[in-house]
Ligand binder design. Structure first.
Ligand SMILES: NC(=O)c1ccc[n+]([C@@H]2O[C@H](COP(=O)([O-])OP(=O)(O)OC[C@H]3O[C@@H](n4cnc5c(N)ncnc54)[C@H](OP(=O)(O)O)[C@@H]3O)[C@@H](O)[C@H]2O)c1
Length: 309
């Protein structure tokens, strides 16, 4: 690739994964306070699929639109005034410009931390969205050691981290997932509970003394279930069903509630020390971004799907 050209995911209209393509674009110039990162790994998230299909924040895309916020890579150029990072530093962090699904991205230094050497590129490039969202969701219900917390979509990108953060705090975890994820949940200290008919009864039998908190990572039916189970509304959190959460008076924290270098560093340290892991479900070359989203949009990923530019 020419040094003056980058490659980036683009879409020119709302639609399915087929609207995604790779464009040759100018290498972004880092503005003052920014650095240019050569991206080694970037992850995909359901929110990006919803923006691309036009169902989330409809009308918010400027075409041609880029996408992506997670990133890990190597600093290759410094904008004016940058002293926190040097050329050659390995970093991880996030873009808020829908731009990280690319070979190069310009990023404000406040959205980056140094990549701990223990983290592989795929893990580092997966850390931001799921890491800070899981952190915000767990902090919202503030579980105490010995309390019981139910989690829907417990083995997905966010869920796999929520489960481990809860266990690290000494909570009992009821992980709601398909039987295919039961072994993973058991190995990570959670009690697997299958979703589908009879779920409320299975949850009650698994926690005869009651469920203290509920973290919903899948959809409104779980928020309603949490209320029906009699859990206090300030101990119920959803990262998705914001409208229903407002109506029911439950919590609805998300990634923007914890998008700081401090939280990123704390989660990265938990991974680096082996306290938690980020399962990598699959890696795809950037050119296969549409296939990567087709897989994600089946909604049965365990952990993260990663693009390697
Ligand atoms: N507010 C925010 O800032 C924020 C940030 C990140 C994500 N989110 C949202 O949070 C949600 C989860 O994100 P994610 O990255 O974890 O997604 P993901 O990795 O795609 O989650 C997939 C998981 O959903 C589970 N699942 C599928 N059908 C289910 C059902 N009927 N009931 C319960 N679980 C089911 C799957 O488990 P099985 O394979 O076992 O079926 C799989 O583990 C998405 O809606 C996303 O948009 C919000």
């Amino acid at each position: 690739m020419s040094e003056k050209k980058a490659r980036a995911v683009r879409f020119d209209q709302y639609g399915g994964p087929e609207v995604l393509h790779i464009a040759e674009v100018p290498v972004p110039a880092p503005a003052a306070g920014e650095v240019l990162v050569e991206v080694r790994a970037t992850s995909i998230n359901p929110g990006e699929a919803s923006i691309r299909s036009g169902t989330f924040m409809p009308g918010s895309a400027d075409f041609p639109s880029g996408e992506g916020s997670d990133l890990a890579g190597v600093v290759t150029r410094l904008g004016d005034g940058v002293t926190e990072f040097a050329v050659g530093d390995e970093v991880l962090g996030f873009s808020l410009r829908r731009s990280s699904h690319a070979t190069h991205v310009a990023v404000p230094t406040g959205q980056l931390i140094r990549k701990p050497p223990e983290l592989s590129w795929p893990v580092a490039g997966s850390l931001y969205v799921v890491g800070v969202t899981a952190y915000a969701a767990v902090r919202a219900v503030d579980p105490q050691p010995g309390q019981t917390v139910a989690v829907s979509a417990a083995a997905g990108g966010v869920g796999s981290l929520v489960v481990q953060l809860l266990r690290a705090r000494g909570a009992h975890v009821l992980g709601i997932a398909s039987p295919a994820n039961a072994d993973w949940l058991t190995e990570h200290g959670a009690t697997p509970i299958s979703y589908g008919a009879g779920l409320a009864d299975r949850l009650r039998s698994a926690a005869p003394d009651g469920i203290d908190s509920f973290i919903d990572l899948f959809g409104p039916e779980y928020l309603q279930l949490a209320v029906d189970l009699g859990i206090a509304r300030d101990r119920i959190e959803t990262v998705i069903s914001f409208e229903l959460a407002e109506k029911l008076g439950t919590q609805h924290k998300g990634s923007m509630d914890a998008s700081t270098q401090e939280v990123l560093a704390e989660v990265a340290d938990l991974v680096a020390t082996g306290t938690i892991e980020i399962p990598i479900a699959a890696t795809y070359p950037l050119d296969e971004v549409a296939a990567a989203f087709r897989e994600l949009e089946k909604r049965h990923t365990r952990g993260k799907i990663v693009l390697l530019p």
